[in-house]
Design a protein around this ligand. Structure first.
Ligand SMILES: Cc1cc2nc3c(=O)[nH]c(=O)nc-3n(C[C@H](O)[C@H](O)[C@H](O)COP(=O)(O)OP(=O)(O)OC[C@H]3O[C@@H](n4cnc5c(N)ncnc54)[C@H](O)[C@@H]3O)c2cc1C
Length: 395
């Protein structure tokens, strides 16, 4: 491969960049793919700090379809990501479902989402409080109006195993990874003619795929494009409890607090309201320790009385790559630039979307348009028109 003139240059080599490289390299006549990654330890990226959960319970049909392919890919990962002579990929899929809980105020929205999900073929069930009590006797249901439970295909995986499996297979099929940071996109008219690296090197790829997570907006700005994706901090806490909560899915309380099992304990966090969700620097990983005491534990102890005796352990902060327009990804070309594909703004659901986005990008490269799934609803048009495709089921 001519490293300074690859056919496709992917900026960012975490789960989205690796998925793009993987699907590109599975093409009958794969292009030369070079992936730039500024941090080969992957310590700060969202993929590493994610909860790596997958659900079909979205309010946007395309998001449901994207995650349904995500589940299919997860199930087939050992075959799809096989590299002869190396151990099989194990994504450790724990198919325990998501359980969205609604009070009377949220019931209508829950039912509307449910109708969308069922129409898309998702295996989800609406449960009334009595059915919830019978299925999850450890759950306090008296203040609830309904719950929506994913019966199949939802749960959580090992995000690192997915990323490394995609990367390993792509590398085996010919993709190259380079430890380097892209600092600017040099644009002439409707084309990116070069990508400048931190060490001063200039690369001249045929096509650029921008998969740089929370740092994508800064790069897009160097090409004169305002990408509305911002880093927003999310804190995750581990806790232990004598309550075993048998069959516990990923539970989302009406307050936005979520909890799911992990190992011999639990992970929890909360989706903040828009007004309490400032932009942060992509290297600001400070944990808001007060969250546990003030927001999480009171809700958890009320929702699962056995969690009254919870003991908080470690915690971490990571960044959602939030599309501030509508909490949905922005995938595809900007109308002003012909050779720059965006793959950004997953707003907290990028791990599960990686397989479908990777496939879509590769299909676009091969055919010049979307194929298996029509990604137009997630394209730039609605951003430029200022018409949000709002995803209401944000966790
Ligand atoms: C706390 C938390 C929980 C989450 N839970 C879930 C979940 O349950 N399910 C789910 O689906 N998603 C979840 N997400 C979201 C998910 O992690 C992200 O949407 C997804 O990882 C985005 O992948 P990415 O590859 O686009 O970005 P990232 O993982 O952030 O990777 C971007 C990569 O680009 C590299 N890079 C950046 N700039 C440059 C540059 N200029 N040059 C070269 N390389 C560059 C970075 O080093 C990084 O490796 C969660 C996120 C967080 C923070």
């Amino acid at each position: 491969m001519n490293m300074s003139r690859p056919d496709v240059l992917v900026i960012g080599g975490a789960v989205i960049g690796s998925a793009a490289a993987h699907f590109l390299c599975e093409m009958a006549r794969p292009p030369q793919v070079l992936v730039l990654e500024r941090d080969p330890t992957y310590t700060g990226c969202a993929t590493t700090r994610s909860l790596a959960s997958i659900r079909h319970q979205f309010s946007t049909p395309l998001n449901v379809a994207i995650s349904m392919f995500g589940t299919a890919f997860i199930r087939e990962a050992a075959q799809r990501l096989e590299v002869p002579g190396t151990p099989a990929v194990d994504l450790v899929f724990r198919e325990a479902g998501y359980l969205f809980l609604a009070s009377a105020a949220g019931r209508e929205q829950l039912e509307a989402n449910h109708a969308v999900q069922r129409a898309c073929g998702a295996d989800v069930a609406l449960l009334d409080p009595e059915a919830l009590r019978q299925r999850f006797p450890w759950l306090h249901v008296d203040d609830l109006a309904a719950g929506s439970l994913g019966l199949r295909g939802e749960g959580w995986i090992d995000a690192h195993a997915l990323m490394h499996g995609l990367r390993r297979r792509a590398a085996w099929r010919g993709a190259r990874w380079q430890h380097a940071e892209a600092v600017s996109l040099e644009r002439e008219g409707s084309r990116v003619v070069a990508v400048r690296l931190a060490d001063g090197t200039r690369l001249s790829p045929g096509l650029v795929i921008l998969a740089a997570g929370t740092r994508a907006a800064a790069l897009a700005a160097t090409a004169g494009i305002d990408l509305p994706v911002r880093a927003r901090r999310r804190c995750v806490f581990r806790f232990r409890s004598p309550e075993r909560a048998p069959g516990c899915p990923l539970v989302i309380d009406p307050s936005g607090v979520y909890v799911r099992p992990e190992g011999d304990g639990y992970l929890c966090g909360v989706a903040p309201g828009e007004h309490e969700d400032p932009d942060v620097a992509p290297d600001d990983f400070e944990v808001d320790h007060a969250l546990w005491e003030e927001r999480l534990w009171p809700v958890l102890a009320q929702r699962v009385p056995g969690f009254e005796a919870a003991r908080v352990g470690s915690s971490w902060a990571g960044h959602y790559d939030v599309n501030v327009l509508d909490h949905n990804a922005i995938v595809g070309l900007h109308p002003d630039v012909d050779n720059l594909l965006f793959a950004n703004g997953y707003s907290g659901h990028g791990v599960q979307q990686a397989p479908a986005v990777g496939r879509a990008l590769a299909e676009w490269v091969e055919h010049g348009g979307w194929r298996t799934l029509d990604f137009r609803p997630l394209g730039w048009s609605r951003v430029l028109r200022g018409e949000p495709l709002r995803e209401v089921n944000v966790v």
